[in-house]
Design a protein around this ligand. Structure first.
Ligand code: ADP
Ligand code: MG
Length: 248
């Protein structure tokens, strides 16, 4: 059963990830609650993307546990394909299907993965395209859209799977400021119905849209707390140094 707002949705316990001999995540413990908007910040190479990719097992953890809605998704018995449907993911580079129209990009998942009827999936896709402000672009191909528009399609495509949580990895890094603002508004609006985790190196973005903020540094979670507290009164000197730009 899906947890209620404010209850634990994802429990990460002692999560480790090694690539060969490199320890990229060194025992991460964090609880993400339903309805949270969590920003994951930290310098390049600190393991933010790896952490996010572990949450839906795009990367297989080397150690530790990830419990999603009460189910240990790191257990060999768990049907990960079913769990993955509950976890939407949006990348920096949009990753749309270039040979499909925008409408097909959004409706393909529900048809192919969930067995939804084509008509129903197209209706759902159209309503999601309207939600992201692209109701009139369903017939276009990705290449005909701007980067910001493509990212909005990618968000609609992820939402079409009716996930419980939306993961974003640097979703605005390839975008201009106006498109960035639009995507930020969209991410903030998801808060009503979804749990959101956003990896960003843009601290203003983290401060603007998140309720909670996690600071990663070379594979460790240094600090996790209310965004306002993390930015105004960081508990750890290393967080403070990073936020104030005094980081080596
Ligand atoms: P961030 O997103 O914070 O910039 P990443 O999670 O992408 O950091 O990477 C953390 C570290 O893990 C980096 O040192 C990176 O080189 C290493 N890494 C990431 N993916 C792989 C991989 N597939 N193989 C080997 N090393 C990797
Ligand atoms: Mg990254």
């Amino acid at each position: 059963m899906s947890p209620a707002k404010g209850e634990k949705l994802i429990e990460v316990k002692g999560l480790e990830k090694h690539f060969k001999h490199v320890e990229v995540l060194r025992g991460i413990n964090i609880d993400i609650c339903k309805g949270d908007v969590v920003a994951v910040i930290g310098p390049s190479g600190s393991g933010k993307s790896t952490f996010l990719r572990c949450l839906n097992l795009l990367e297989e953890p080397t150690g530790g546990q990830i419990v999603f809605e009460g189910v240990d998704i790191t257990s060999k018995e768990t049907k990960i394909d079913q769990m993955r449907q509950k976890i939407g993911m949006v990348f920096q580079q949009f990753n749309l299907f270039t040979n499909m129209t925008v409408l097909d990009n959004v409706s393909a998942g529900p048809v192919l993965v969930k067995g939804m009827k084509k008509d129903e999936a197209r209706k759902l896709a159209q309503s999601l395209l309207e939600r992201v402000g692209l109701g009139d672009r369903g017939g276009a191909y990705p290449i005909q859209l701007s980067g910001g528009q493509q990212q909005r399609v990618a968000i609609a495509r992820a939402l079409a799977m009716q996930p419980d949580v939306m993961l974003f990895d640097e979703p605005t890094s390839a975008l201009d400021p106006a498109s960035t603002m639009r995507i930020e508004e969209l991410m903030a609006s998801l808060k009503e119905s979804y749990t959101v985790v956003i990896v960003t190196h843009n601290m203003q973005q983290a401060a603007r849209i998140s309720d909670k903020c996690a600071f990663f540094l070379v594979g460790d979670l240094i600090e996790f707390g209310e965004t306002e507290q993390v930015f105004s009164m960081p508990k750890d000197k290393r967080t403070e140094d990073y936020i104030t730009g005094r980081f080596g």
